[in-house]
Design a binder for this molecule. Sequence first.
Ligand code: DX5
Ligand code: ZN
Length: 214
Amino acid sequence: MIKISPSILSSDFAKLGADIESIAAADYVHFDVMDGVFVPNISIGLPVLSSVRKATDMVLDVHLMITKPHKYVGQFCDAGADIVVFHLEADEPQDVFAALEEIRAKGKKAGLALKPKTPAEAVRPYLHLCDMVLVMTVEPGFGGQSFMADMMDKVTAVRKMISEYGYDCDVEVDGGINPDTAKVCVAAGANVLVAGSDVFKAPDRAKRIGELRG
Ligand code: DX5
Ligand code: ZN
């Protein structure tokens, strides 16, 4: 089943509660955390996540674009994340293992994100600890960028690897997703679609979420 995860990076943070209610037709709420170091932008963090947790029962899909995520994943779990995805480029291998294990020990879903230049093979050593692999379809850091169609081979390679091992693991795509690119991603093997600007700019967000689901 295809799941839609609207990114609140494109919402109006002054009326975040209402904006989250407006995407109730979706499956997840995608929560982008940027530290200004791993990516050249700063967004939102733990206090906002705690508030969002109190405001909704939707699944909170947290995407950490921060350096040394192992230092923080526990706090994001405790603040109410249901899924914590971090970049494997952002930490040392032993800390990537430790962070995935910590997220799972807290009863949450764990995932790894891959920047456009990171090959699918990079995730293989960690795949048994992943509930989700996020293949970025833009350079992380900003909403509203153009979809990178050349990431589809990576989506297919990750999906194939998961199938070969027989793991239960989602493949998420993030960046430049609209109803057209969504179809391409699903055909390539993705089953969780993040969409920021496409959902929040739509006059009828519930309808748009349905169109993304296909
Ligand atoms: C980019 C973020 C995305 C972003 C997607 O670094 O991870 O989640 O909000 O925005 P759109 O859908 O507008 O490309
Ligand atoms: Zn994201």
